[in-house]
Design a protein around this ligand. Structure first.
Ligand code: UDP
Ligand code: MG
Length: 312
């Protein structure tokens, strides 16, 4: 039977944690009774340097319950890193992991469906929200714009999927081959490969406490997501340079005609031409240098070039 570890990153979550522990323990024992997972399956709470009683709660519950285990990080490293820490520790102790936010906005009832898909041979199963009724108008639209921009920038990402997903041991092992610091799991996981699946659910409201993602963090997260996946912004600058040079050429013809007609102030033609050509060439050059930096950038990430699934 497969041992499951549910990884839950927590940052200042004292208000929701008791409920989260209760509900997730219920899910776990349910799955154990149905013989879908091994009896020694666990919950792993990762305390991401919380300043409140989060860690105390985890410790207390670990004493009381067989299911609860914990991991305390030395400081606040952010959701994505906390999640990676949890997955990395979990992968050596289990066959399959599920990651979920502490606020249980994601539907824990679909974990069973995820396990079923895993048994059918999927190594990665994405939890996808099929509506965002409970999000505010603002959050819904900014989030959706973000997924669209990501797609435009050529990064693979699963639409409306956050970090609620199942990953098999070997998928997490694949993930740990990615050495990069700018960790954007939603973008990296789809590049690992293997057979994947999706389960759909309705996203709920936060049970208690408030979002740990204020607008500032959300924008930083989106910017990180784009810049750590795509060098398209650089290509864009180079194209802009080319357009400026083409425009300069048209302008050259125009200003020479005006010059011949003698309608212009002395010096206008040369200034006008120099401005557009130099501007265009500088923009083009910056873009070109950017392309090289983009290549260096991709190299230093040292991403795995392939992951082997089978050999016969
Ligand atoms: N989180 C974390 N470290 C941080 C910020 C958030 O581990 O620095 C955790 C948080 O406890 C929660 C998850 O990341 O389990 C998602 O955060 P939140 O629910 O506040 O984000 P939202 O759902 O509003 O996007
Ligand atoms: Mg949340």
């Amino acid at each position: 039977m497969n041992k499951l570890i549910i990884v839950v990153p927590c940052y200042n979550e004292e208000e929701v944690l008791p409920d989260t522990i209760r509900l997730l323990s219920g899910t776990l024992s349910d799955l154990i009774i149905k013989k879908k997972i091994a009896e020694d399956s666990k919950l792993l709470f990762v305390d991401d340097g919380s300043k409140d009683r989060t860690w105390d709660l985890i410790e207390e519950n670990a004493k009381l319950s067989n299911y609860v285990t914990g991991l305390k990080l030395a400081g606040n490293v952010g959701h994505q890193n906390a999640l990676l820490a949890g997955l990395t520790v979990a992968k050596d102790k289990c066959d399959v992991t599920v990651s979920i936010d502490a606020d249980l906005q994601d539907d824990i009832d679909v974990i069973e469906e995820m396990i079923d898909k895993y048994s059918e041979g999927c190594d990665i199963v994405y939890g996808v929200r099929n509506d965002r009724k409970t999000d505010t108008f603002f959050k819904r639209n900014t989030a959706q714009a973000f997924y669209k921009i990501m797609k435009l920038m050529g990064a693979k990402s699963v639409y409306n999927h956050a970090d609620f997903r199942l990953m098999s041991k070997r998928a997490v092992e694949g993930l740990s081959m990615y050495k990069e610091r700018n960790l954007f799991l939603r973008g990296i996981v789809p590049t690992i490969g293997y057979k994947t699946g999706c389960v759909y659910y309705e996203r709920k409201e936060r049970m208690a406490g408030e979002s740990k993602y204020p607008l500032k963090k959300m924008l930083a997260f989106a910017f990180d997501g784009i810049t750590s996946f795509s060098v398209k912004p650089m290509t864009f600058i180079m194209s802009l340079g080319i357009i400026m040079i083409c425009f300069a050429t048209c302008m050259a013809i125009y200003s020479l005609v005006r010059f011949n007609q003698g309608e212009v102030i002395k010096g206008w033609t040369s200034l006008w031409l120099a401005m557009w050509f130099i501007g265009g060439i500088i923009t083009f050059s910056v873009g070109l240098v950017g392309e090289y930096i983009g290549k260096i950038y991709m190299e230093v990430k040292e991403r795995p070039r392939y992951i082997i699934e089978k050999e016969i």
